[in-house]
Design a binder for this molecule. Structure first.
Ligand code: ADP
Ligand code: MG
Length: 620
């Protein structure tokens, strides 16, 4: 007897299911993708018990004949690929022909379908339990397809054990539907759970309109349009202004040819774009579409199809980086004074588990951004809290009022390109009048919009940082010798790092000597920092470099040196400033690329608008 045997088909499907179906949301993903591929206009998802008991996806797409419907449950059966060449340029979301047999092998599945094109064809109903075909019969059915998946993992107890609470699983499903709803504003998406409508996004033509439907008004206010093109490669979407920061990546939505993806190339470009305007630990909101010819991207990298490989990674990286940087620079705006209270803190422990997929969309989306004496009310709805997501129950007929200014963004990239980005600068120094200094730390000023408070240290830090960064790229940074060289003891691992980055430190004004061992002699430093604590300066730069050690390239090394030097050299708080010096700071700040945030991401300016002032005085 041979020891090797071919696995029975049911077992093979169960194994494949392990890779495709991790949780109820994975089933929703596969079914939604099939409905979108079938050219549907309206897709309705119904779930019970977080999808564990029941998931139904109903669409009005092209449907299937009886023969096709039976074939659809065969392993590797697909209508989306004909031959090997097709695999190199996949235009559909599905192509592996594995989802339906996999899902059917680990649930009780019911399918009803009728082809749209043939009005005479009968509808078909198929029942499958744990991969075993139970019945095929005709059914009276409108066109389109409905698939119901009951009792997921009923025959895989090991998997069932790993499912989380109903609310957590529902949260994953809601984020999944949100993901695809954002990618296809031209379709209507509904999500219903236990008889309640959680998402009802009617078909619209603009991406901005869809964002508004799903997240509400406040969300869009803090976003700016992204657009860029290099040959056949296009990027478009929205990203957040620097002051809008999140503690997790759940508000990031990436699509490649409208497929939702998790991709390191895109993520690293975004991190780089925001590096010097938000803290390293914060995440921006990004809704990003990358479009390129189908043969420029390999989508067959993983059974769940969310991982992809770009043929030209650096082209994608550079275009995403450039486009987002451009949007950030043109969009930097001054945040309104915000009443930060301890009541906001508990939001942290509502975050979903870190084991959740990285593509989920979440985070507190509506933050009260006005000056308000009443503490923010806790969400009255425990269900919403569990989702950590401000879904509003929108009756199908109540379409949100149009806000024309938000809807200038058409989904089609061709229509998008060339759309004017917001170009209003955060503030113009000519219109700013300085009133004085507060606590020898903050500059108080006013302009036509209201009152401004400027943190003098971070303002100067931003000015110096940009000057240094430019000097590093275009010329040699001026160095100044120390009258008495300073010695510094470094831990051994930092000595190794120092050797690696020393040539660049030298080019940027540092002259160092070390004689083996762990001590280093600082002979000169960048001229702008010569008054500062040079020991702290060098060790902070090395600490900054250490954090990024594994991914250090020339750009990052320079950046760390510039950030560290600017921080040390900048005027401190608790330092009296003359009117002239304050005016100089404001003038210089208004010339920087991002006058609103320091290189560590902290805000530089706060604004009390006239509206807030008048409202709080009870005038309006
Ligand atoms: P894939 O999507 O990779 O082709 P699936 O197992 O998900 O594989 O689906 C198998 C086939 O069943 C699809 O290729 C498609 O022809 C058909 N099909 C699945 N869902 C639908 C649907 N909602 N509407 C029409 N056809 C569908
Ligand atoms: Mg599929």
């Amino acid at each position: 007897m041979t020891k090797i045997q071919v696995l029975p088909e049911i077992l093979a499907n169960k194994i494949a299911a392990g890779e495709i179906v991790e949780r109820p949301a994975s089933v929703v993903k596969e079914l939604l993708e099939n409905s979108i591929d079938a050219g549907s206009h309206a897709i309705h998802v119904t779930v019970l018990s977080g999808g564990k008991r029941l998931i139904t996806v109903r669409d009005d797409g092209e449907g299937m004949t009886q023969d096709d419907a039976i074939l659809a449950f065969e392993h590797h059966a697909t209508s989306k690929l004909q031959n090997a060449e097709d695999l190199g340029a996949i235009a559909t979301l599905g192509f592996r022909g594995e989802a339906l047999p996999s899902i059917a092998s680990i649930s009780r599945l019911n399918l009803k379908t009728r082809p749209a094109e043939n009005a005479d064809a009968a509808g078909t109903e198929i029942e499958i339990q744990g991969g075993v075909l139970r019945s095929v019969k005709p059914v009276a059915w409108d066109h389109g397809t409905e698939i119901t998946v009951r009792d997921l993992f009923f025959n895989v107890p090991a998997r069932r054990k790993f499912l989380r609470s109903n609310d957590t699983e529902l949260g994953h499903i809601a984020r999944l539907v949100t993901h695809y709803a954002l990618a296809h504003p031209e379709n209507r998406f509904t999500l219903e759970s236990e008889g309640r409508i959680l998402i009802d996004a009617l078909a619209v033509t603009m991406l901005g309109e869809r964002v508004y439907q799903i997240f509400g008004d406040g969300f869009l206010d803090n976003l700016v349009a992204i657009s860029g093109q290099a040959g056949s490669l296009k990027v478009y979407g929205f990203c957040s202004r620097p002051h809008e920061q999140r503690t997790n990546p759940y508000s990031q939505f990436f699509y490649v040819n409208r497929r939702m993806v998790r991709d390191k190339v895109i993520m690293s470009a975004i991190r780089q774009a925001y590096r010097n305007c938000i803290p390293a630990s914060a995440y921006p909101v990004v809704i990003l579409f990358v479009e390129l010819p189908f043969n420029e991207v390999d989508v067959n990298a993983h059974p769940a199809k969310t991982e992809i490989r770009f043929r030209d990674q650096s082209a994608v990286h550079n275009l995403v980086l450039e486009a987002i940087e451009r949007s950030i620079v043109q969009s930097a705006s001054i945040p309104a004074y915000e009443h930060r209270s301890a009541a906001e803190a508990p939001a942290e422990n509502l975050q979903p588990s870190s084991s959740g997929p990285a593509w989920t969309a979440d985070a507190p989306l509506h933050r009260e951004s006005t000056f308000d004496f009443t503490p923010p009310a806790a969400s009255p709805n425990p269900f919403q809290r569990a989702l950590n997501y401000p879904f509003r129950e929108i009756p199908a007929t109540a379409f949100p009022p149009r806000r024309e200014d938000h809807f200038s963004l058409r989904l089609s990239p061709d229509m998008l390109l060339g759309s004017p980005l917001e170009s209003a600068r955060a503030f113009q120094s000519e219109s700013v009048r300085i009133l004085g200094q507060l606590q020898e730390s903050y500059i108080i000023a006013c302009d036509s919009q209201g009152l401004l408070i400027i943190d003098q240290h971070v303002a100067h830090e931003r000015i110096l940082y940009e000057k240094l960064a430019t000097a590093m790229r275009t010329s040699i940074v001026e160095s100044q010798g120390l009258v008495v060289p300073i010695s510094l003891e470094l831990p051994p691992h930092q000595i190794a790092l120092l050797e690696r980055v020393e040539p660049e430190l030298k080019r940027n004004g540092f002259q160092l000597e070390h004689f083996g061992g762990t001590s280093v002699l600082i002979r000169s430093v960048p001229a702008i920092a010569h008054d500062s604590d040079c020991r702290k300066l060098l060790s902070e730069i090395l600490e900054g470099l250490e954090i990024e050690e594994r991914t250090l390239d020339l750009e990052r090394i320079r950046d760390r040196i510039a950030v560290g030097t600017a921080c040390r050299a900048a005027i401190k708080v608790n330092m009296p400033l003359t009117m002239e010096k304050m005016q100089w700071l404001i003038d210089q700040l208004s010339l920087t690329r991002i006058p609103t945030n320091c290189p560590h991401g902290r805000p530089i300016l706060l604004r009390f608008t006239m509206y807030e002032i008048e409202r709080n005085f009870g005038r309006i």
